[in-house]
Design a protein around this ligand. Sequence first.
Ligand SMILES: CC(C)(COP(=O)(O)OP(=O)(O)OC[C@H]1O[C@@H](n2cnc3c(N)ncnc32)[C@H](O)[C@@H]1OP(=O)(O)O)[C@@H](O)C(=O)NCCC(=O)NCCS
Length: 406
Amino acid sequence: MDLEPKPIRDDELMEFFGAVQTGFGRTVLDEDDEYPGHLITTDRSFAVRDGDTIVSTASSYAFALTVPGGARLPMAAVSMVTVHPTHRRRGVLRSVMDAQLDDVARRDEPLAGLTASEASIYERFGYGTATQTTNWDLESEYARLHHPHTGDGGRVRLVDADGAAAAAHEVYSRIAPGRVGELSRPGDWWPRLFAPRSRGPRFFTAVHEGPDHEPDAFARYALDNHWPDGVAADVLRVLELQAVDADAEAAMWNYLFGIDLVGTIKAVDRPVDDPLRWRLPDSRRMRVRQLRDHLWVRIVDVAAALGARTYGADDALVLELVDDFRPEHSGTWLLDGGPDGATCTRTDRSADLALTASDLGALYLGGVPVSTLAAAGRVHELTTGAIARGDRFFLTHPSPWCTTHF
Ligand SMILES: CC(C)(COP(=O)(O)OP(=O)(O)OC[C@H]1O[C@@H](n2cnc3c(N)ncnc32)[C@H](O)[C@@H]1OP(=O)(O)O)[C@@H](O)C(=O)NCCC(=O)NCCS
């Protein structure tokens, strides 16, 4: 039986999509799905066949990830990973992950990243949780900005699909380069995201414009209508809210909080250190319903990736890296850096910290302290004081945040 991952041809694309659907247990394409399948390119897509039938799939998109210090690094955004139920747990995923990482390395992309269906799958392949995200609920009664924004001479407009795609693209293009953890979204992402489905638009899009009439924030939201016992209690679902600065963000929340007939506001993909909590009159009413991993990062080129970001303090740390899935990365690395840049090279020096490839992926964007990973029994201190030095060195603020699903 030939179960080798092989790149697909253009004429296999529809069959590939069908196999992805089967892998995720879906019988029909979900019209509301925001999965950016249209971005797929066949030369980055692998299929495993058993005879004539595709039984496993994986693809990746050529995205860029904003890292601390502002560099935007090529990242293979891994997606459409499936193994059919007929072929599970016999090492097919492992062989697909292997072929794909070779492919990413050949393309000189220093990073791979993914969003996981289950958090238990990818550590063994060297991926670590690099960004986290929250979903929260807020009763409309408490949805007020207690600490109001200043200087808002702008206005909010509800826009149609075409206007929304253009404005959202513009706003996002201003945000992504400055937000550690955020991804580039290609131009054709936007018209697809806003295109109405057969039953009409899936959500409203509000755009905030500053006094200069330039869009500086947008929100995609939908209302689920509820009228129990004649009392209006709609659920306002905030699907995405992006703003170029704190004032624009506050102005957009102010608009959303003012929508009538709403009982509860439910927001998704919000940052773990959301400043909105500190603007509310009763912050306890903002109930975090989910705190979860979002972007998983895998370092593919250790020297290039670690040398491309900046660090919180001038220091030179020696890392003892254990990379079971890519053993050629294992060994000691000298990471010499600070706020102005860094270099990462092989070294014979004795190590300060011992960690796995997955831990390094988790630390890469500065979203988790070294001390937390040490307290979890993952990172080990080999030189006294190295954990505290690692905290000062790797951590970034605000926490890395990725709002892109792929
Ligand atoms: C998740 C999935 C791709 C795994 O494929 P698979 O071919 O069964 O995986 P493999 O046999 O290669 O397993 C490799 C390792 O991962 C482990 N593993 C696989 N799936 C796992 C899961 N869902 N949870 C925990 N561990 C898992 C295996 O136990 C094995 O561990 P080992 O190396 O310690 O022996 C497959 O079950 C699937 O398609 N699921 C539905 C779609 C999905 O969730 N895709 C992932 C999208 S991000």
